[in-house]
Design a binder for this molecule. Structure first.
Ligand code: S3P
Ligand code: PEP
Length: 422
């Protein structure tokens, strides 16, 4: 399927979707805690449904009431587990692998074609060093894990994905000995580790930080019952804000902003650097956009998911937008550096692809094109927003929005966009 995109102006109010990363973490931790933990304002998307189904396979009983998840019975370590398929969700795959290592029976985890290309070896090596037997296809899913790990000293490289470290932290309190964790090299996507630790704290577990983003100690503990409320998703908000900058007229974005750490909040600073005025309180965000953005250099090491919404702002920028320090964006649902470079050039943006980022500059000749999003939800949404600015575009794979923002197309059209699924 594809989506035809005509030049569009959008206006009015829109509610930002709940946060995907916190929904995953809270569903897992509520399922590991005692009876009757709940997660309010949970994101219900294909990725978070994969997490719910994974917890059910691990033996949890979960009830859904409107947008609240209630765990009737927690995960039972030792339940006989059939194969787990986490579909397109890297977060689910990584955290579930950590939990699988607490079971003594072998568990197979797999995912869709995209997930089968994403790295798992550093996490499997870390679990093996604690006594698990792990196998995989070239370090990628499908993988097999046979625990059970007892904990102890573990080392893991930080330069591929913070999700490996989140996975070890979440499983650590449930090991016999606890875990002493050392992160080797520079850690990417650091705020996602803060998100993991904050969520663990809400569920009554303490992570001792010996050296931030380097050394952690987690003693044996139990997760305690909690009612967790999920805040808005700054990664989805970044897409809404870039839609507003390129195509918006008097838009108000609503949602529970909360005070939990979110690396992608830095998008607000990026917009200000580009010359956009942002007004924000606890419940809503409004912006005022200049005729032309001013360009600049942006370090996305801690916020890789901002690459698509930031890259498309080059369309309205008088100077280049340089994105750097984000080689790990190549390890997502697609190689986002390569695909953004390959596709946005079709609109007439001049692009230099670097190993760790992109330099993008608008040209005189901006025109519509057929854009291939390669079934990557963030690329599909960013390309549609770019298409709304340029006009006369098509973007492939509209169904990918199910992963993080299921009603994206309907919401854009409600606000006046001209997106037609064909
Ligand atoms: O833990 C998480 O919820 C996530 C961590 C980040 O991945 P990496 O740590 O692999 O960069 C981010 O890109 C992803 O969308 C969600
Ligand atoms: C990379 C992403 O998610 P995950 O790693 O969970 O697949 C994403 O949502 O952009």
């Amino acid at each position: 399927m594809k989506c035809k995109v005509e030049k569009s102006k959008i206006s009015g109010q829109i509610v930002c979707p709940p946060n995907k990363s916190y929904s995953h973490r809270a569903i897992f931790l509520a399922s590991l805690a005692g009876k009757n933990s709940s997660v309010e304002n949970v994101l219900l998307s294909a990725d978070t449904k994969a997490t719910i189904e994974t917890c059910e396979k691990f033996g949890a009983e979960i009830k859904l009431e409107n947008s609240t998840i209630i765990v009737k019975n927690p995960i039972k370590i030792g339940t006989k587990v059939a194969e787990i398929n986490t579909e397109n969700s890297g977060t689910t795959m990584r955290i579930a692998s950590g939990i699988a290592s607490l079971f003594s029976e072998e568990i197979t985890l797999t995912g869709d074609a995209s997930l089968q290309k994403r790295p798992m070896q550093p996490l499997l090596d870390a679990l093996s060093s604690m006594g698990a037997q792990c196998s995989s296809t070239d370090g990628k899913p499908p993988i097999k894990i046979k625990g059970k790990i007892k904990g102890g000293e573990v080392k893991i490289p930080g330069n591929f994905s913070s999700q490996f470290i989140s996975a070890l932290l979440i499983s650590a309190p449930l090991t016999e000995n606890g875990i002493n964790l050392t992160i080797e090299g520079n850690l990417v996507s650091k705020p996602y580790l803060d998100a993991t630790i904050s969520t663990m704290r809400k569920f009554g577990v303490t992570v001792q930080t010996l050296i931030p983003y380097k050394r952690y100690n987690i003693s044996p503990q139990i997760y305690k019952e909690c009612t967790f409320t999920v805040p808005i998703d700054f990664s989805s908000l970044a897409l809404l804000l870039s839609a507003n900058v390129l195509n918006g007229e008097d838009i108000t974005i609503k949602g529970n902003i909360g005070n939990l750490p979110q690396g992608d909040e830095v998008f607000i600073d990026f917009l200000e650097q580009l010359g956009v005025q942002v007004t924000m309180d606890d419940e809503q965000i409004k912006i005022k956009t200049p005729e032309k953005l001013s360009g600049g250099k942006f370090d996305l090491s801690n916020s890789p998911d901002l690459l698509p919404p930031l890259a498309i702002l080059a369309l309205k920028s008088s100077s280049p937008i340089e994105i750097f320090n984000v080689k790990h964006a190549r390890l997502k649902e697609t190689d986002r550096i390569a695909i953004v470079s390959r596709e946005l050039v079709k609109l007439g943006i001049k692009i230099q692809e670097k190993e760790d980022g992109l330099i993008l500059e608008a040209s005189e000749n901006i025109s519509g094109a057929e854009l291939n999003s390669e079934e990557d939800h963030r690329l599909f949404m960013a390309f549609c927003i770019a298409g709304m600015y340029v006009g006369n575009c098509t973007v492939t794979d509209p169904e990918s929005v199910q992963v993080s923002y299921p009603n994206f197309v309907e919401e854009m059209n409600r606000m006046g966009a001209n997106l037609e699924i064909q």
